[in-house]
Design a protein around this ligand. Sequence first.
Ligand SMILES: *Cc1c(COP(=O)(O)O)cnc(C)c1O
Length: 362
Amino acid sequence: MTNSVIPAARPLIGDEEREAVDRVMRSGMLAQGPEVAAFEAEFAALVGGAKCVAVNSGTSALHLALIALGVGRGDEVLVPSFTFAASANSIRLAGATPVFVDIDPATFCIDPKAAAAALTPRTRAVMPVHLYGHPADMGPIMALAEEHELHVIEDAAQAHAASLHGTPVGAFGVAACFSFYPTKNMTSGEGGMVSTPLEDIARMLRLLRNQGMEKRYENEVVGFNTRMTDLHAAIGRVQLTKLAGWTAQRQAHAKFFDQNLRGVVVPPVADGAVHVYHQYTVRVPDHDRDAFAAELMESGVSSGVYYPIPVHRLPSFAQTIDLPETERAAAEVLSLPVHPALNEGDLSRIVEAVNKAARAGS
Ligand SMILES: *Cc1c(COP(=O)(O)O)cnc(C)c1O
């Protein structure tokens, strides 16, 4: 077994998830129903009691949140370029314009000063991304938003249960969006959740996900079908009960790496931040990062680059703007396996492989 490759991510699906799906199958009620309602109620505990609306993906969560807040044509939304394309896609799909902002090199999250510098009279919203499971610097972002009357929409797709100075991510913005894609810190197969403190926004989200209907065939607005199924919600409910334990394991693995890795820059944690390590992302500044990753693979350790091309340079956005910290991160970052399925042997192998590659290349 020691020669098997350690995967970069591995969803943990147990008998409880299988039994929950089977329970829904036997009920004969597969689409959105009581399991979704229960999942929403239970997830609220993670976001300080905010109202939760489940949808079919994290991307749908972001898209519907923007529409529910009235962000659309002619509006600009500040968003980091160093993120998964879905953050910016959702803005474009809502008809608005993403304005790409550089990151703070210490956290990989949006730089509030750069966000302030990118304001225009058209700026309507800001979308901080809690990248890799580290909370964005929400104090200055909230202050900026208050001063300029911007909506704050948190992209918390990678950050279930992260927090900053005791406030959980998802409890800062007027909306926050989570993903339950299989590689995220918890999964429902596919799925997403919007949390919001405002009942009128929650109601609009419920309408938008269901063709604009609250009462059947009395469509109030033009909406989508972005409902979550009860099958997926049943999986998510079980996973939610395991999240705290898995998060603690991710944090313990990260601590082991922090203490034992040499020759790479380990991820800093901001003062007051609880990092949930969706990714454990190092910088390999003194090496060719891709050659470094290839060396890890020779030692049987998978790794990932999130993300090699900043969103503003993807063919889908193709902007020529200067975001130096974003470019530097894209060239240097490497994410190591940190998921809860790792055992002690795996952790030692990862440390040995990284330290060997760092020595070899220096
Ligand atoms: C995964 C992810 C999304 C999109 O979530 P899906 O469920 O895959 O649609 C959005 N933003 C970020 C930062 C993500 O990592």
